[in-house]
Structures are given as C-alpha cells and as structure tokens.
Design a protein around this ligand. Structure first.
Ligand SMILES: N[C@@H](CCCCC(O)O)C(=O)O
Ligand SMILES: [Mn+2]
Ligand SMILES: [Mn+2]
Ligand SMILES: [Mn+2]
Length: 313
C-alpha cells in the first residue's frame, strides 16, 4: 500500500514544550525507512508550517484557541489531500489536539470512517468541562456529532464541523478518565475498552469485540489515533501525561498487527512523543518503542515477513 507521511510539529494543545520536536525525532529514528523497508510506497510530505496566532487570548480557561484552530485547519487540508489520493495518511505529532484536523480531513475523503482511539485518556473534555484548559484533552468534543450541544464554538474553529457519530468511535487503553468525560461517554453511548476490559477479555477477544462493535460489516476505513501515553510509562516515559498500568510493547504489537491485518487502516496519528521530557535514555526508549510499534501498523509481523521480490536462495 502507499503511505503519505506528514510531520505536525505542534505543542500548543498543552503546556509542556517539546512535542513540536516529535516529528524530527521520529524521522531521525528511521520511521519513514522502516515503513519503506516493509514494501510500502512512502511519500514524505515534510512538516507543516504552523504559526502562532498573535494575541491569542484564552477562551475562558481554554489556552491558545486560535492557534490550535488555525493549525488544525491546515492539518485537515493536508490529511484530506493525502487520503483523497488513496494513500494511508501517517501524521506525526505533535500533541493530541492535531487529531481534530486529522479526523476532520480524513472524513472529507472517507466519510464512512471509524475511529479507534488508543489512549490512557478519553480526550473528550469540552471547553467548559476542562479543568486544565489544554485542548489536547478535548479533541473528540469537536469531532463527535452528539457532543455538539456541549461543545462551545471557539474562535479559530469556525471551519470545524463535527464529522463522526458516537457509534463510530471506540477507545482502547483508558485508565485516567475525568468525571465529565465519563458522563459524556455514557450520555452519547461511546464504547470503550479500558485497561479493565483489556485485562478482563484479553487482547484476542477484546480486539474482536472492538472491531465487531465499531465496524460489524468489516468494510469501513479505520482512523487509528495512537497516543503514546496509552503505553505503560515503562515503555514510553517521554510523554506529557504518563499514567501507570498501561499497555506493554507486546500488547501494542498485537493490537497493531490486528489492525494492519484488516487491510483497512486509512490514517494513523502518532502523538504525544515529547523529547524534552525525561532522561536521554527515556527519550531513546520512547521513540524506539514508538517506531517499532508503528512498523507493526504498516505490515511488520512477528511470524516473519517475506518481501515481494524475495528469491529463494
Ligand atoms: N483529561 C486531562 C488530560 C488530557 C490528556 C490529553 C492526552 O491524552 O492527549 C485534561 O483534560 O487535561
Ligand atoms: Mn490523547
Ligand atoms: Mn493521553
Ligand atoms: Mn509502570
């Protein structure tokens, strides 16, 4: 399959500088080459140029609304173009607010997409429910149609219409959900497989349930939004909001190989790698694990791979 990679050097959805260096670090550790070496045809579109909006006053507690809105409009245009050209989009973040543009753009060319959100957090706060005011904790409230009554219209988001139904979204890995987010999920009927369900069902049964729930016909394009903080901090320490008791490297490999096996991965977000956090060893561990996991989303199989042009020796 052909893959379009775009770097989204962005950090204004949260207060810890450093996620803007995520794309460069992932590239330095060979994320593009690893995907190419698996036989994928890869086009690297480079990094988006994202500017801060002058005098971007908070909206209530919400920080950098215009800057985040403007950036996501660009993300949407870019992802829309990549997916319209029938390429799998790979967006390298950047904080998780970039998923607003990524899902919006993907939905322009694949309106029947489903979203699998792999994260320790629900990222479903609204501008009024958020305690932190960090938009990386709110992306899905701008995207899920049933959330519209609760989501205030922010300056900079005039372009953004919600584009998926609650039944087209499913979570994996939740273990740090705010009260309002839990209430919204119940109200809207959003399905979730938290770490409790991961342990209760085990991955094989859980992944079957996830895909059956969100895509029973097994035909719909998959938007996989992967927040590296879904993994246990043991594997991905350099991230802004780490939470203990997360997914292991093996568990992420399994999930990635099952998603890849559907042949319907249509956009992958890889977000919240923050090279500025932790020790040099933490940074190396985080980016190496992330690149390894991403290779399994793009065809790497632990049973072994044989390239198309392999000649039996
Ligand atoms: N729920 C917290 C933490 C959000 C973490 C965001 C990450 O998952 O992208 C908040 O709203 O600030
Ligand atoms: Mn997130
Ligand atoms: Mn998270
Ligand atoms: Mn731990």
């Amino acid at each position: 399959p052909s893959v379009g990679v775009v770097g989204i050097p962005f950090s204004k959805g949260q207060p810890r500088g450093g996620t803007e260096h995520g794309p460069a670090l992932l590239r330095d550790y060979g994320i593009v080459e690893r995907i190419q070496d698996l036989g994928n045809k890869v086009t690297d579109y480079g990094d988006l140029t994202l500017d801060a909006v002058e005098d971007d006053k908070p909206w209530n507690k919400v920080k950098n609304p215009r800057t985040v809105g403007q950036a996501n409009r660009k993300v949407s245009e870019c992802v829309s173009k990549i997916t319209r050209d029938r390429q799998i989009a790979l967006t390298l973040g950047g904080d998780h607010s970039i998923a607003i543009g990524s899902i919006h753009g993907h939905a322009q060319s694949c309106p029947d997409l489903v979203v699998v959100w792999i994260d320790a957090h629900a990222d479903l706060n609204t501008p009024l429910s958020s305690d932190s005011g960090n938009i990386h904790g709110m992306p899905l409230s701008f995207i899920v149609k049933e959330m519209a009554p609760y989501t205030a219209r922010l300056p900079g988001f005039e372009w953004c219409q919600p584009c998926i139904s609650a039944r087209d979204l499913i979570y994996i890995g939740l273990r740090d959900v705010d009260e309002a987010e839990r209430a919204y999920m119940t109200e809207c009927g959003i399905a979730s497989y938290s770490m409790q369900e991961v342990d209760k069902y085990g991955l094989p049964d859980m992944m079957e349930r996830v895909l059956k729930t969100v895509d029973p016909t097994g035909k719909r394009p998959i938007h996989l939004s992967f927040d590296v903080d879904a993994m246990d901090p043991e594997y991905s320490p350099s991230t802004g909001t780490p939470v203990h008791g997360g997914l292991t490297r093996r568990e992420m490999y399994y999930i990635a190989e099952e998603i890849a096996g559907t042949g319907r991965l249509s956009c992958l977000d890889v977000v919240e790698v923050n090279p500025s956090l932790g020790t040099e060893a933490d940074r190396k561990k985080t980016v190496r694990t992330t690149v390894d996991v991403v290779s399994h989303f793009f065809g790497k199989r632990r049973e072994g791979n044989v390239s198309a042009d392999f000649k039996m020796p």
